[in-house]
Ligand binder design. Structure first.
Ligand code: FMN
Length: 349
């Protein structure tokens, strides 16, 4: 089958494919500085869902222009916006304006992350939005569920970006979420291949959410030197920083991250000393110039699955082919009726 045929053939129908009206249970989570209209449109056109990351844009007009570009590239198909809710109230002053604009432009799919979305839900829901809230702990998911989100995403400690404070692995999060959540949920953190998609659905998830694996997509605007670095990155090449400020990041193990880790190891509490290394604009410059030693660049263990710079559609097709093979493998393990355990074991290989 060609990539297009693979993408056109639904493999799994889940509560999230139905909720978002998508062909495949694959979500591309918000990516600060990187998830723009072109990337998100590619995820949508490949049959998944992506979220334009609102805080990425220098001003509101640029945000609006990006939404329009995405609508044009998807031919009017729905796409999402990521709203990161900060723990610092003053940083959330801009969110209402983002909401004005996205509603005005017809966006109705929202990924919230960070702090609780409670304050934003009444307005979003009244406008007919579907909201998926991303958490790194089951108890935060339960709070958002009570507040009325339509779906949840839960990530394990393997994830790029914010893995939370307790470093619970994706395998554990996925199974606990199945027991705890009543709304559909996506599972993320270290997921970058089709076998893991099947495993996530087996655990009880209704979709996967990916970030790190996608950073080498052709449609990601970042410099080729950055993408080449990600291609070289193994599952052991990320680092946890800023845990001492209760704001942990899993990021690329680069010069900036090592400097921050040294400050933390020395017990330094003065945030001003961290600022030159952690400020967000450093990351934007790193993506623009390819100087990946600069900035705290969110990156998780699933970067190990990135082995080629290729379009989002080709990455999805690879994941779906592997998922189909994994599903077939599971099917082949089903013992024939009446088989003894010994004959069933012989037939499984
Ligand atoms: C480079 C990068 C930037 C990210 N920026 C954001 C962001 O701005 N908002 C957000 O909600 N999640 C962000 N994330 C997290 C992803 O949306 C997703 O939850 C996570 O990457 C899933 O784990 P994975 O990296 O193992 O695939 C980012 C992740 C990466 C790798």
């Amino acid at each position: 089958m060609t990539d297009r045929e693979v993408l056109d053939t639904p493999l799994f129908e889940t509560a999230i494919t139905r909720l978002f009206g998508i062909r495949h249970p694959i979500l591309c989570g918000g990516l600060m500085w990187l998830a723009d209209g072109r990337y998100v449109a590619a995820a949508v056109n490949a049959g998944g869902m992506g979220f334009i990351t609102a805080r990425t844009f220098a001003d509101f007009d640029a945000f609006r222009a990006e939404l329009r570009l995405c609508a044009e590239l998807t031919g009017g198909k729905p796409f999402g916006v990521n709203l990161f809710i900060s723990g610092r109230a003053e940083e959330n002053a801009v969110l209402d304006r983002y909401v004005d604009i996205l509603l005005d432009e017809g966006v109705r799919l929202i990924e919230t992350a960070g702090n609780t979305p409670e304050a934003y839900l009444p307005r979003l829901k009244q406008a007919g939005c579907t909201v998926i809230h991303k958490v790194s702990a089951v108890r935060h998911g339960l709070r958002a569920e009570k507040a009325g989100v339509h779906a949840l995403a839960i990530v394990g400690q393997e994830c790029g970006g914010h893995p939370g404070l307790h470093f619970v692995g994706t395998m554990v999060q996925g199974a606990l979420a199945a027991r705890a959540f009543r709304v559909p949920y996506a599972l993320g953190g270290g997921i970058g291949c089709g076998q893991q998609l099947v495993a996530a659905l087996g655990l009880g998830a209704d979709a996967i959410v990916m970030g790190s694996r996608m950073t080498v997509a052709t449609e990601i605007w970042a410099h080729a030197d950055y993408k080449r670095k990600v291609l070289e990155t193994s599952e052991a090449d990320s680092r946890l920083v800023m845990a001492s400020f209760r704001n942990t990041y899993r990021c690329l193990d680069n010069a900036a991250a090592r400097t921050v880790a040294e400050l933390e190891a020395a017990g330094e509490r003065d945030f001003a000393l961290y600022m030159p290394h952690v400020r967000g604009s450093n990351a934007r410059e790193a993506y623009a110039t390819g100087d990946w030693e600069r900035g705290i660049l969110s990156m998780g263990q699933s970067a190990a699955f990135a082995d080629e710079i290729k379009p989002v559609a080709a990455i999805f097709a690879e994941i779906l082919r592997d998922a189909a093979a994994a599903r077939d493998r599971m099917d082949a393990m089903r013992p024939a009726p009446g088989a003894t355990s010994r004959t069933a074991a012989a037939g499984a290989r």
